[in-house]
Design a protein around this ligand. Structure first.
Ligand SMILES: C[S@@+](CC[C@H](N)C(=O)[O-])C[C@H]1O[C@@H](n2cnc3c(N)ncnc32)[C@H](O)[C@@H]1O
Length: 347
């Protein structure tokens, strides 16, 4: 998924530093004995990569779509038999959408986010909107009838979120839709399995809470923090993924069909320093890592000042080439390079 602030391309660099610092500071304990926590996990890429090497992972994010992804990629540890996966995909990909879309109640995505229903919104082609509705309803029906386990339920929901995102008619986020269906949005949605890595004897924990609330209830060895850097609220930018994840009934607002969303204090200049310091103060972890760049709401100096109050502070940096969505051309282009920092605190 093309996610704002995704650490996919930086993951090797981040993991290498985390591993080296950990071995330097706690040489007596191997990584396989550690509890690793990630409280602003988004797509969970850092936890996903560390999952096979740690004792336990604790992940969290405010958003419902992220919770679904994390329940699947991190919470799921036992393999789902491949015959079952194949039969799920076959049935869900072949659901009929012929009579789909006639009733407002059952076809929320088509009715509110596709043009053919008269919604005046063009987030998905009509067929893809109907297909999302049909698949989403079937998954819920399977859960209610206990045809799928909880683990399979989240695996299927995550598969739907990832596959729907690939055919969304947006420049990259859901804050707006494009006026014409772009090429990738004209393609038919194909549900593909959101594979997770199977691990043994791992009881991972997944939360959907404000990081500042959760930090008071958990403890462990390594804490990785990747809060939003700027004022762009994730709840607004990914509202449609939340809607597919929750599939609840509400009145979509305005031109973009926005839903109510929680506003993160990490996206507010006036609040961010206070909540960040509170988080660091309350963290019961030996080693804390914070990702942030040089264009964020908090300056390098501010972060350094706050973190240094609570232990031994150090810093690593790398130049990072960002990609920006180009609304006119419907594709991404290289934007200016930024400096990406990894702040380290030994508490
Ligand atoms: C920079 S993104 C994380 C990206 C992630 N590392 C990845 O690679 O996918 C920041 C995340 O913080 C979440 N978030 C914002 N405020 C939060 C809060 N107060 N508590 C928990 N999560 C929050 C957002 O929903 C978003 O997913």
């Amino acid at each position: 998924m093309n996610y704002i602030g995704s650490k996919l391309r930086l993951s090797s660099w981040i993991i290498e530093i985390i591993t080296k610092e950990y071995q330097k500071i706690i040489p007596s304990k191997s990584l396989s004995e550690t509890i690793f926590a990630e409280l602003f996990a988004g797509t969970g890429i850092i936890s996903r990569k560390l999952k096979p090497y740690t004792k336990q992972i604790i992940t969290n994010d405010l958003e419902a779509y992220s919770y679904v992804l994390l329940k699947n990629y991190i919470g799921n540890t036992k393999e789902i038999p491949s015959e079952r996966i194949i039969s799920f995909m076959e049935e869900l990909n072949n659901l009929s959408i012929k009579n789909q879309g006639n009733t407002k109640q059952n076809n929320f995505v088509y009715q509110n986010y596709c043009e053919g229903s008269g919604s005046k919104r063009l987030y998905f082609s009509d067929d893809n909107g109907k297909k999302i509705d049909a698949i989403r309803q079937k998954i819920e029906c399977w859960k209610i009838n206990k045809f799928v386990s909880q683990s399979e339920y989240y695996f299927l929901l995550a598969s739907l979120l990832e596959s729907a995102d690939k055919v969304a008619n947006t420049a990259s986020v859901y804050g707006a839709f494009l006026k014409q269906l772009k090429k990738s949005a004209q393609k038919n949605l194909v549900l593909s399995p959101a594979h997770f890595s199977a691990t043994q004897n791992q009881e991972n924990q997944i939360f959907r809470e404000d990081a500042n609330t959760l930090i008071k209830k958990i403890k462990g060895d390594i804490l990785y923090l990747d809060p939003p850097y700027n004022a762009r609220q994730y709840g607004a930018n990914y509202h449609l993924l939340n809607t597919i994840a929750l599939y609840d009934n509400f009145e979509p607002k305005g031109k973009t069909g926005l839903r109510e969303y929680e506003r993160s204090k990490y996206c507010q200049k006036k609040e961010v320093e206070t909540v960040f310091e509170e988080l660091i103060k309350n963290a019961d972890f030996k080693l804390i890592f914070l990702s942030y760049n040089n264009e964020g709401l908090m300056s390098l100096e501010t972060i350094k000042k706050i973190m240094s109050k609570y232990g031994a502070y150090s810093l690593q940096k790398t130049e990072y080439q960002r990609f920006k969505a180009d609304k006119d051309q419907n594709r991404e282009h290289k934007a200016n390079a930024t400096m990406e920092y990894l702040h380290i605190l030994r508490k």
